[in-house]
Design a protein around this ligand. Structure first.
Ligand SMILES: [Mn+2]
Length: 315
């Protein structure tokens, strides 16, 4: 999977900056931390960059407090994980590009090879790729690294229930548990924990839920005023989508979170009759077959109509 070039880049760099994408998830955070801790254990100086605030539910991850507290400004090496395009690094992209050497490691298939070395593999999570890299580098996998990697593997497979899950995913998870990953802790914080504000937001979302196309689509939105009422920001709304998956007769779940007036973050989840990635592509977004996302501008009614069209065009 990897070649001499990346081994050389990792071994020869003394200062390293690691980057996640905007609105980080468990996979990009887990990848960044696992790789970072492994490099620190090899005596490298590592800074961690994330273009968004990090949710409370990720605070169980080892070293998470190190994000966005850079000790350096210039780096021998910059590594972006789980980030398909440079845009995904948002304002931190400039620091990424200023490093002497750059690497991208990702599992989203994309044409954008924005780094010098680009390693993109169609695996369920970036953490599965990082696990392989650390093994090939013969870096010791400590308990903390195992927890970070397990969190990413579990996160991007929806706790091993998305159809992207493979026997290798389970094998990797099993090895990581043997290496000391606290799977109960990871899965509790990733999949069970919610704040009281988020419980209120789930109530709002149920009030705003409608069925479209004879019950084939469930369409849910929360507005800025709903978030404000619950004392939340749009970073907290990731909690919503799983509540609307698996409903009788529904093939496509659509959840909108208003970011600025009439501008929404949209999450799609689908069963095996739906290509969520293709629907998201219509609106300039992307993702996986069963789970994807995009941003859409418009009124709720207008967005509803456009999503119905995208759904029918991609059946
Ligand atoms: Mn990922």
């Amino acid at each position: 999977m990897f070649d001499e070039k990346i081994f050389d880049y990792l071994n020869s760099s003394e200062t390293v900056a690691i980057f996640t994408h905007i609105r980080p998830d468990g996979d990009c955070l887990g990848s960044a931390l696992a790789l970072g801790i492994a490099l620190e254990n090899e005596g490298k100086k590592v800074d961690y960059y994330c273009p968004s605030q990090i949710n409370e539910s990720f605070m169980f991850l080892p070293n998470i407090k190190r994000f966005n507290k850079p000790k350096l400004k210039k780096y021998d090496l910059a590594i972006a994980v789980d980030s398909s395009d440079l845009n995904r690094l948002s304002q931190t992209g400039e620091i990424f590009c200023s490093a002497k050497k750059t690497i991208k490691i990702d599992h989203h298939i994309s044409e954008e090879n924005y780094a010098e070395l680009n390693y993109v593999y169609r695996l369920p999570s970036t953490c599965e790729i990082i696990y392989d890299l650390l093994k090939q580098m013969k870096f010791p996998i400590t308990k903390d690294i195992a927890l970070a990697l397990y969190s990413g593997v579990s996160s991007d497979t929806g706790c091993f229930i998305h159809s992207n899950t493979t026997s290798n995913t389970h094998k990797v998870a099993s090895e990581l548990i043997d290496l000391g990953a606290d799977f109960y802790k990871a899965n509790y914080w990733l999949f069970k924990y919610k704040t009281l504000g988020q419980v209120e937001l789930i109530k709002c979302a149920y009030n705003n839920m409608t069925f479209l196309e004879n019950g084939k689509i469930v369409f849910v939105y929360v507005k800025i005023k709903d978030l404000e009422k619950c004392n939340l920001t749009n970073l907290d709304s990731y909690i919503l989508v799983d509540n609307f998956v698996g409903i009788q007769g529904v093939d496509l779940t659509v959840v909108l979170t208003e970011d600025t007036p009439n501008f929404y973050f949209v999450s799609f989840r689908g069963n095996d009759k739906i290509r969520c990635d293709k629907i998201a592509n219509v609106f300039g977004g992307g993702g996986h077959v069963n789970a994807s996302g995009c941003k859409i501008r418009g009124t709720i009614q207008n967005i509803k109509n456009r999503i119905i069209k995208a759904y029918n065009d991609n059946l």
